[in-house]
Design a protein around this ligand. Structure first.
Ligand code: SF4
Ligand code: SF4
Ligand code: FES
Length: 303
């Protein structure tokens, strides 16, 4: 694949210019094509670079259909043939979180990012780039395994010890059910982590001769020490609210008050502003903080 000459550090300057020149918003929206700037990366740890594609406009496009159009032609505006841009998607209805990326600078899902709206806000051009807090695997595909590692760490599940019919479970108040429902909508997309100033990127380089097992072990250790993130804190609340889940609440609270726990949160509240599911993350963090204090005091007095 040809290496484009345009580099990431060059393109943020004022020399970039408008792809649509002096086009007005109305003219640009009536245009039959638009430009898509994609921040590409050929593999983990490699230098990223910008590439621009022209895409024919069709009714009701979203950013996934834009990427499909780019894959069909795989040609830049300079006419250079390139490898198709890599991206991930599954559900196409904002449920799986796989297509999360930065679209015109805002973290969101590509499947629900509608082209008409994007072009109305920024005529003539759409910018796609991978999330910055996760290691890039290729182009717009990032390694979100840390999101799931945090869920494993806090034991984000209700333990069941058999498949026997044990009858109706314990009752839960209407209030708790309503709150739990909000938390249960989390799709592990990573938007809240991308926006969080306390959630820092971890990108380890595999050492020469280091086995996959050793590398994974090192990565697990780095993840274990780092901030859990708002999504995992909300899941602690979800499973501790559950009458059966509450039986293992202390284990979750041990994690929440340990290394990388809720105390790292600086309460900047960026997370709640970007969550596509509208999950009350700041409520979860406040509740988790109170539960953490109670837990520590109880442990102190050996209760
Ligand atoms: S409130 Fe806490 S978790 Fe949310 S963005 Fe701020 S520091 Fe991150
Ligand atoms: S809490 Fe919201 S933003 Fe964070 S992972 Fe879950 S759905 Fe995504
Ligand atoms: S494809 Fe599942 S959220 Fe976009």
């Amino acid at each position: 694949m040809d290496r484009p000459s345009e580099r990431i550090e060059d393109t943020r300057s004022g020399s970039r210019g408008s792809p649509s020149g002096s086009m007005t918003s109305a003219e640009a929206n009536a245009a039959d094509s638009f430009l898509v700037r994609v921040l590409r990366q050929d593999g983990p740890g490699l230098t990223s670079y910008w590439e621009t594609h022209r895409v024919a406009r069709e009714p009701d496009m979203n950013c996934i259909s834009v990427l499909q159009k780019i894959a069909e032609r795989a040609e830049t505006i300079e006419g250079r043939r390139v490898a198709p841009v890599a991206w991930e998607c599954n559900c196409l209805e904002e449920v799986c979180g796989a297509c999360t990326m930065l679209i015109n600078g805002r973290v969101r899902q590509a499947c629900t990012a509608l082209v008409d709206r994007l072009l109305a806000d920024r005529p003539g051009e759409i910018e796609l780039r991978p999330m910055t807090k996760f290691p890039v695997i290729r182009d717009l595909v990032v390694d979100r395994s840390r999101v799931f590692a945090a869920l494993r760490k806090v034991k984000a599940w209700v333990p069941v010890d058999s498949y026997l019919d044990m009858g109706a479970g314990p009752r839960q108040s209407q209030e708790d059910q309503e709150l739990a429902y909000q938390y249960s909508k989390c799709m592990s997309c990573g938007c809240c982590l991308e926006a969080c100033p306390q959630f820092l990127k971890i990108e380890l380089v595999r050492g020469k001769g280091e086995s996959e097992t050793d590398f994974r072990r090192r990565l697990d250790e780095a993840n274990r020490q780092a901030f859990l993130g708002a999504h995992a804190i909300a899941q602690v609340e979800l499973f501790n609210l559950n009458p059966i889940g509450s039986m293992t609440a202390r284990q979750r609270l041990d994690v929440l008050t340990g290394e990388g726990g809720v105390q790292i949160c600086g309460k900047a509240q960026n997370c709640v502003k970007v969550c596509p599911k509208g999950i009350p993350l700041t409520t979860a963090i406040a509740r988790a903080n109170r539960a953490a204090v109670r837990h520590v005091v109880r442990k102190w007095f050996d209760l």
